[in-house]
Design a protein. Structure first.
Ligand SMILES: *Cc1c(COP(=O)(O)O)cnc(C)c1O
Length: 404
């Protein structure tokens, strides 16, 4: 069993007070907090080895390059990629998805189809819409049911030889639903389509195995998994990364430049133009080590307990409705109270030290589906406790009394 008090001591921000109350941080779906070991690693990089990578023959440049590439290797192991050069450093999930959609602009033709799901974050909708506008391809949407689950029979019907890309998130940020991505990947491959998985909400809770999943692309952010902001990973299968053109031109991504013709560097450098977030990339490796030391099985088991407890306690509140009632869920509870705007609840409980997200969670189509302006979303991490959930429930009850 996890020693939660010991784990909490790793996160300096958790001992803060906010508005005079102890902080209860339930906005982990937006970004996670950082353990001291991650904060220290960032400082240590700048104190000891800061230099540009892949460029200098001097010692510091080599040390920085080695540390950056060791971190890439850690990510490769963590997600079980076949090759380290299939692991691209990005600034986050959004960057990774745009890198792929930009590449597909030279592949898709009018009449081709792209399938997204109705559960997507705007980051995994808008770039595909832009791609379709550019190429004349058509965007199709997998519908969902009242429980927030994708309707797989409808997905099956959307698939055809016109399908060129299917994209879906591993876990929905707005509802916490875990999607049946293996089914989706296999079905898409059967018609010859590529598949991109948006793993932004999955990586804080589980260890994706990209070879077993057999996805073509898997994008995620570092900052939701205890790493620094401005870091992320795009995994891509070698054959796809070789097929796609570079996203950005610049230093680092070339083999040879003349004014007549430029040849591109080998993977992964072809997709890593310019000086990256070197410190961030290195420290992302530290964050992954930290999570693996706690253990994803332990994390999942404990977070599931928190999910069940929060669901039960919240449903004691009269007029409270939870959105995303499907069976397979991560530790996210999205809810509303009859007749009260989510923003009003969020503001009142913030005064009581409780940080939740209110609004559409960058997933307006989901809110439109339920005909609501937004929800209150409490997203739990392994450093949260049942006592904190009790505090939130009491605060929500207080807000309900004040507002009705
Ligand atoms: C947070 C999130 C994104 C966007 O991640 P960034 O770090 O903002 O690029 C995309 N998809 C999902 C499901 C998310 O939760």
């Amino acid at each position: 069993m996890l020693d939660i008090q010991k784990i909490r001591a790793d996160f300096p921000i958790l001992s803060q007070t906010v508005n005079g109350k102890p902080l209860v941080y339930f906005d982990n779906g937006a970004t996670s907090q950082k353990p001291q070991i991650v904060i220290d690693a960032e400082v240590k990089y700048y104190q000891e080895i800061n230099a540009n990578i892949h460029r200098g023959v001097h010692t510091l440049s080599q040390l920085a390059t080695d540390a950056y590439e060791i971190s890439r290797g850690k990510v490769k192991e963590h997600i079980n990629a076949k090759h380290a050069h299939e692991v691209l450093f990005t600034s986050g999930t959004t960057h990774g998805i745009n890198l792929v959609t930009n590449g597909f602009a030279s592949i898709l033709k009018p009449g081709d189809e792209v399938i997204v799901s109705s559960l997507e974050h705007h980051s995994n909708i808008v770039p595909w819409q832009m791609l379709c506008e550019k190429t004349g391809a058509t965007l199709k949407v997998i519908p969902m049911n009242e429980n927030g689950e994708l309707i797989l029979e409808e997905f099956d019907k959307l698939l055809s030889e016109k399908t060129k890309v299917v994209t879906v998130n591993h876990i929905s940020n707005a509802l916490g639903i875990i999607n049946p991505i293996k089914y989706i990947i296999d079905k898409a491959h059967a018609v010859g389509s590529a598949v991109l998985i948006d793993g932004a909400q999955a990586v804080p809770h589980l260890k994706p195995n990209v070879q077993e999943l057999d996805c073509d692309f898997y994008a995620f952010s570092g900052h939701k998994m205890c790493g620094p902001t401005g870091t992320g990973i795009l995994y891509g299968k070698e054959e796809w990364l070789n097929k796609l053109p570079p996203y950005q031109g610049g230093g680092e991504m070339i083999k040879e430049v003349t004014f007549e013709k430029t040849t591109y560097a080998d993977l992964p450098h072809k997709f890593e133009a310019g000086t990256p977030n070197i410190a961030g990339g290195i420290v992302l490796g530290t964050a992954i080590d930290y999570l693996n030391n706690i253990g994803f099985e332990n994390i999942q088991e404990y977070e599931h307990e928190l999910l069940e407890y929060a669901t039960k306690r919240l449903l004691e509140i009269e007029g409270l409705r939870i959105y995303g009632t499907g069976k397979n869920k991560a530790s996210v509870v999205s809810f509303n109270i009859d007749g009260i705007h989510p923003y009003d609840i969020g503001s009142i409980i913030d005064k009581l030290g409780i940080a939740v997200r209110t609004g559409h969670h960058c997933a307006q189509p989901i809110m439109n589906f339920f005909c609501i302006p937004g929800t209150i979303r409490a997203s739990f991490s392994f450093y949260n406790t049942k006592e904190e959930i009790d505090q939130m429930v009491e605060a929500v009850k207080k807000a309900q009394t004040m507002l009705s």
